[in-house]
Design a protein around this ligand. Structure first.
Ligand SMILES: Cc1ncc(COP(=O)(O)O)c(C=O)c1O
Length: 452
């Protein structure tokens, strides 16, 4: 711990030296944006980097630092920055206009493209964000079943709305037993009646889920789950866990919602195709908008029929930017450039990279590990097995912070929590240089100074 504290100090000092203009902008931001920020996930200490440009797998900040981007706007840019086919589609669309108070054919094309890949989406609708996609998927489940409660995974992230801003990163002193977690609001402003209607369940623990949900099963509309926990640390489902959820929800006439906002990038057929488990409803976002704001939700036609008569007692779903044409055309261009082979290659590269990093950590006896699946990975500063929120949350925090800043200082962008992903424009040489940078940063953290 001592070592990681002094390593952290060295990394912070170098980060400050490299980023004076970002610091100035952050100080200006503090005067107008609460906490100096408008997006919680991009804020970190001592201040975030302010970006000006991206091209392919590289991005440049206001201080002229060039970095290889292994975060890709939190997994949403699967072809990297300014992918030529996306830019061409956008330029054409901008020439025609940005938005109309009418539908466009593009939303049909993107919907059809998604449905061809994920057949369980018999009917779907677009939103402007993943947050709205999960909000509407939950609304749909409640409308269809007539039940109010939903169950969500402890540590699961589904966006910013109230019903999912519960137990995302709960304080373990207050979170109750691991096999019977207490649902905790992520912050003030979540009404008690919302908390009363959200049941928190642990990932990868069928016995605990049965014991929590069995007594209230008749009032639970749906279980919402990321097939792979994303923000929680790229945590894979154990063998049979998703199949258990499928069987359990069916047994109790609950719906199963897969939140594939991140996990859709696991395969050509999304996470449900990857794992061979079909949910009733699915929420999507990120890559289906090709880098523009987007979301979608949908599923079985009989369930989505709750939207069929919006003026006759059905569920309504307004939204000025639903089906936003630039996002639709960018999404089409992005998906058309993704073949089954693209996903295989992404997974092979990411898995080789994870294995190389693991060997590096072992060689230096550095207390870290990598979780990885498909193109997604997360470096954790811990060595015990990770299977749920509790095991992921138990890590060396200063070491994680030092690793993040150290990698930024060496020209690599990862999430502060250690998450990253490959894009189709990241090649072996970029992966090799990330591995080298991790080795250099380990050296700095180990010595607690800046000499490299
Ligand atoms: C699994 C998951 N669901 C929902 C969301 C919310 O999406 P958005 O940020 O587009 O609102 C995210 C965002 O990271 C996510 O990871």
């Amino acid at each position: 711990m001592q070592q990681s504290q002094s390593g952290l100090k060295a990394c912070v000092e170098e980060y400050r030296n490299q980023n004076p203009r970002s610091r100035e902008l952050y100080e200006r931001a503090l005067k107008i944006l609460p906490a100096g920020n408008t997006r919680a996930s991009v804020l970190f200490d001592p201040f975030p980097t302010y970006m000006v440009r991206g091209e392919g797998c590289r991005a440049w900040d206001v201080d002229g630092n060039e970095r290889i981007d292994f975060l890709n706007n939190y997994t949403s840019l699967i072809h990297g920055h300014r992918a030529p086919q996306v830019i061409a589609a956008l330029e054409q669309q901008l020439g025609r206009g940005t938005a109309f108070a009418s539908p466009t054919e593009h939303e049909l094309q993107l919907a059809e493209l998604i449905q061809q890949r994920v057949p369980s989406l018999e009917r779907l609708r677009f939103t402007s964000s993943g947050t709205e996609a999960t909000l509407m998927a939950i609304r749909t489940a409640r409308a269809f079943t007539g039940r109010d409660k939903i169950a969500k995974i402890e540590g699961g992230f589904h966006g910013a709305h109230e019903h999912v801003q519960i137990s995302i990163s709960p304080n373990l002193d207050r979170a109750g037993p691991e096999d019977h977690p207490v649902g905790l609001a992520e912050g003030p402003g979540i009404p008690q009646n919302v908390l009363d209607n959200v049941v928190v369940i642990p990932f990868n623990n069928p016995a605990a889920i049965e014991s929590i949900l069995d007594p209230i099963a008749r009032s639970v509309a749906a279980i919402i789950v990321e097939p792979v926990m994303g923000a929680g640390g790229i945590i894979k489902p154990t063998a049979g866990f998703l199949a258990f959820l499928r069987e359990y929800t069916r047994r109790h006439q609950m719906l199963l919602i897969f939140d594939e906002v991140i996990a859709f990038r696991l395969s050509f057929n999304g996470a449900q195709g990857y794992f061979g488990v079909t949910p009733d409803l699915t929420s999507l976002g990120k890559i289906i908008g090709g880098g523009l704001p987007v979301g979608a939700f949908g599923g079985r036609a009989d369930i989505m029929a709750v939207f069929e008569s919006p003026r006759g007692g059905g569920v309504t779903h307004p939204g000025t930017f639903n089906g936003y044409p630039p996002a639709m055309v960018a999404g089409i261009a992005t998906l058309e450039a993704l073949t089954p082979d693209s996903f295989t290659q992404l997974e092979q590269s990411a898995s080789r990279m994870a294995a190389t990093l693991e060997r590096l950590f072992a060689k230096h006896q550095f207390p870290a590990q990598v979780t990885q699946i498909g193109s997604l990975f997360n470096i954790h500063t811990s060595t015990h097995p990770i299977s749920n929120y509790r095991t992921s949350a138990n890590h060396n925090v200063p070491l994680k912070h030092a690793l993040h800043l150290g990698l930024l200082n060496h020209g690599f962008v990862l999430a502060p929590r250690g998450m990253g992903c490959l894009s189709t424009v990241i090649g072996q040489s970029e992966i090799d240089s990330l591995v080298q940078a991790v080795e250099s940063v380990i050296g700095i953290i180990g010595r607690g100074d800046l000499s490299n």
